[in-house]
Design a protein around this ligand. Structure first.
Ligand code: DGL
Length: 268
């Protein structure tokens, strides 16, 4: 049985979900956060629904073995492709990033024209446009995959001129046509400044990570499961803990990632 002091399990295909961990930590500093990054099998964004579902199921099984009280699918691709299936298989709350991101975008959009950017798999799944239109069917959505943003963020090039060139190319389809853009991938908050420069200040950028943290708080409060502990972050990966630490420190700021343990995800 999970109680208030149990941790929140967060998983992603790799390091990108740390943007979600950071938002949750900021909002809920008393919670213990147990993070799993599937660094052996990243990226998820180019894989099929079947494969992503299989991987996400194992990620969840591992986190549940740690006694968590809630699961957060920080990965947009896993949330888009696998969440509906996996929700039916587990008996603790599971929150993905799509619904909160869609909710945030609808609230932010004044002219009902929203852009969505994400991995190939997320964009092809149409999960964001469906979630947005479930809230308001009169909203028009322009979606576009921006696959090169992921390696650029990992390289620490979120504000590099190469990122600006890629953003100009990718975002030309929605420039002047939307008033809000959902950053529908874990890595994109690291390119926020570049994207904002390219699309202009009049376009609101919605960070799914921040919206998801709000949803986690709401759900835990409703279940009376908010912790009053001291808070801690524990990290696990399926491969190369040193690279995770290096890139993760680059994401969150030096020294943010403490010890990282490697586990064998195939046994879950
Ligand atoms: N975490 C993935 C997402 O948010 C991006 C990286 C990947 O393709 O696995 O969609």
């Amino acid at each position: 049985m999970s109680d208030k002091s149990s941790g929140i399990g967060i998983f992603d295909s790799g390091v990108g979900g740390l943007t979600v961990l950071q938002s949750i930590k900021k909002r809920l500093p008393k919670e213990t956060l147990i993070y799993f990054g599937d660094t052996a099998r990243v990226p998820y964004g180019t894989k099929s629904t079947e494969t992503v579902t299989k991987f996400a199921r194992q990620d969840i099984h591992f986190l549940m073995s740690q006694g968590v009280k809630m699961i957060v699918a920080a990965c947009n691709t896993a949330s888009a492709l696998a969440l509906d299936t996996l929700k039916k298989e587990i008996d603790i709350p599971i929150i993905g990033v799509i619904e909160p991101g869609a909710k945030g975008a609808v609230a932010a959009s004044l002219n009902k024209k929203i852009g969505v950017i994400g991995t190939e798999a997320t964009i092809n799944s149409d999960a964001y446009s469906l979630a947005i239109r479930r809230i308001d069917k009169y909203i028009s959505v322009v979606s576009h995959a921006c696959p090169l943003f992921v390696p650029m963020a990992e390289e620490g090039w979120g504000e590099h001129r190469i990122a600006k060139i890629a953003a100009e190319e990718y975002l030309s389809v929605m420039k002047g046509k939307v008033d809000t853009i959902v950053l529908g991938c874990t890595h994109y908050p690291l390119l926020k400044k570049t994207i904002s420069k390219v699309v202009g200040k009049g376009v609101t950028l919605v960070d799914s990570a921040e919206e998801t943290a709000k949803e986690v708080e709401r759900c835990l409060a409703e279940l009376n499961l908010l912790s009053d502990g001291t808070g801690a972050s524990i990290f696990y990966v399926s491969d190369n803990p040193n690279r995770f630490k290096l890139v993760g420190d680059n994401f969150l700021g030096n020294g943010s990632i403490g010890r990282v343990d490697k586990i064998d995800i195939d046994t879950f």
